[in-house]
Design a protein around this ligand. Sequence first.
Ligand code: TRP
Ligand code: ZN
Length: 507
Amino acid sequence: MRTQPKKGLAVLLAVLVGSVGAAAPAYAGGAGPTPGSAGLGDRLYPLLGNGGYDVQNYDLHVTYPEKDPKQTVTGDVTITALATQNLSRFNLDFGGDSVGVVRVNGDRAEFTRQGDELVITPRRHLPKGQRFRVRVSGYTATPIEANASSPAGFVTTTDGTFMAGQPDQSHNYFPSNDHPSDMATYTIALTAPVGWLAVANGTHVSDKRDHGYVTSTYREAKPLASELIQAAVGDFVLQKRPPVNGIAIRDVVPRRLADDLLPKAEVERSQLTWMIDKVGKYPFENYGSLVVDTRLGFALETQTISLYDTSLFARPKYILDPIMLHELSHMWFGDSVAPSEWSSVWQSEGHATWYELEYAEETGVFQQYTRTPNREAYFKQVYAEGDQLRKDYGPVARPLKADVIWDVFNPNVYDGGALVLYALRQKVGERDFQRIEREWVKLNRGKSVDTHDFVNLASAVSGKNLRPFLNDWLYGTTTPPMPGHPDWTVDPAEAAAAPAAATARHR
Ligand code: TRP
Ligand code: ZN
């Protein structure tokens, strides 16, 4: 869903009734039906997402036939969407193995596959402004091994499989409009043999047992960006913890590692209190950690259940805890408020890095964690590397390229993004900075927004025109002066070796 108002049941019925007769439905606006575009034209991932419709809800059911973490799974997805143009055909993103049957409003539809595009031609065109249902049934997908060149996707481990879809991998698990500008609600049902555990985003609805299988159903009633789906299925165990402020807490870990891993996740409860105190109401109904036994080289903010690997959980507490706080803060920055274009990924990562560092400082581990005494010293160091970072990776809000994932999730997005927030705080003061942060997550809860929205909101809240200031910081190829620190200097690009601050921390 984007920002369109929700249509009621009447519209849904109208679509269903309309699809029965042979009469040509009226066009809203006069334009004849045309194909929806194959991509949304994202600057970094042009083919992600699709044009001509807006998904409201995914109803996903995936079956895991055996207790075999490498097995191919079969899936059915029913997508409820709103046509935003008169559609003669439209695409879904899908990179799985095979597609069974596609139906649109109950009628079988023709489809072809072109790379990761599933091109669907409904029997009747889909009028602009009306809801339609597309059901892809009997599709299959096979998990991959995590490896350094392709660390993300639908991933297998010794214990089972999980999702690390960010930024462009979720459609390898299910047919979708795989771009964060189209958030939607989800029902996720996972069928697996008795004895295996299946967990997904959102709240647990039911477990139904049938002939040696259990179907576990979850509902994410708050908008979710496809990249942040989670479906962990395998020999995992789930531990509930006492709720925090009414937010239910559960952790999921491999059964054989539970005694070691579960105690380390407990800190998430006090971290939740800490974050709520900083930025306001937690945007979802539950939270927790999922730890998988592999080496990903990153953690991931899968909505309501952050993903970590065992190599991170083996690191000292002074490293693990700030990274857990980083993922938790993404629930506000990145999940609830998602980027509407991938170039705005600094919004998620800059904010998460900001709170990660603030937490490290307040909990007294900053020196150990970053090898600098405090945030001011840290940001001074990032500042010095500013021109080099911009040269190597592009301006903060405009990563140079997306050849590999690390081009997008680059140090100038993390540390450079946090440095922009530091500059903003220097400019407007702590009080207004906090008001901007709290207003941002409140106003945009459940929405996809971009850098310009942040710049405009910062200006509105502070009552200052911050557009020239922030645009220089976000889009400039050189590092602007730091307010309040006229003595801070930028090393000339190329003079220093690789930027040090960024790489010393994370990973
Ligand atoms: N968003 C993650 C974080 O910083 C990082 C991440 C997730 C990532 N998936 C990735 C980085 C894939 C590189 C490649 O919390
Ligand atoms: Zn992050």
